[in-house]
Design a protein around this ligand. Sequence first.
Ligand code: 6PG
Length: 242
Amino acid sequence: MSARERIVCADIDELGRKAADEWVRAAGAAIAGSGRFAAALSGGNTPRALYAVLAAVPFRERIAWDRVHLFWGDERAVPADHPDSNYRLAYETLLSKVPIPEKNIHRIKTELGPEKAAAAYEDSLRTFFALTGGAWPRFDLILLGVGEDGHTASLFPGSGAIHEEKRLAVATYVEKLKSHRITLTLPVLNHAANVFFLVSGESKAKVVKEILASPTKLPAAQVEPADGRLLWLLDAPAASLH
Ligand code: 6PG
């Protein structure tokens, strides 16, 4: 079970720079080891701070983008060009600004509809990671955020998706948002070599305290890689109660 490492940054900009440093470190180690870096991007807004730093000099030049393969931790069941799309957010802030080969971008194909998109995404994971039998993919890095309700990726409190123990990715209906999502499952998150939570803002202080300071069954608290680094990158407002 991994300990929850914490780094508290002064503000969102410093969080972005620190996360970029850690990204470069993880990418360098993975590429030196296996020749590639397989990372799952998070949705939401906080990762914008990281994506902006990675897309700009000097970090842009510090990464061997042709060795980087990008996936998503979750996706909203909307078209890739929809304002709510996690792919569109990453495309606009990062993918369109770095020399990553198109074939290295493993988008969740939401145009198939939620269930078929989840199944197709599982197939792409099995192919990329050359999985056989019941093996789990081991991402070099999975970026995650946390909602005020303790959700992470699209694993929301009370959702059946949290208890999924066989599938790599599932479609899930989020009642409170009245929307369908596709999400990696907890076993995949917990098989990663590195999991970075990026958390910013006063509104997250209560849930950060609950997760970092007490035993809780909130979905984000159940992310504890069995054999990996678990790093919570917080800005001061998000860490203010902890
Ligand atoms: C999503 C994310 C979600 C996000 C949290 C935090 O698709 O929205 O996967 O889990 O990480 O809601 O979002 P913020 O970073 O924008 O607060």
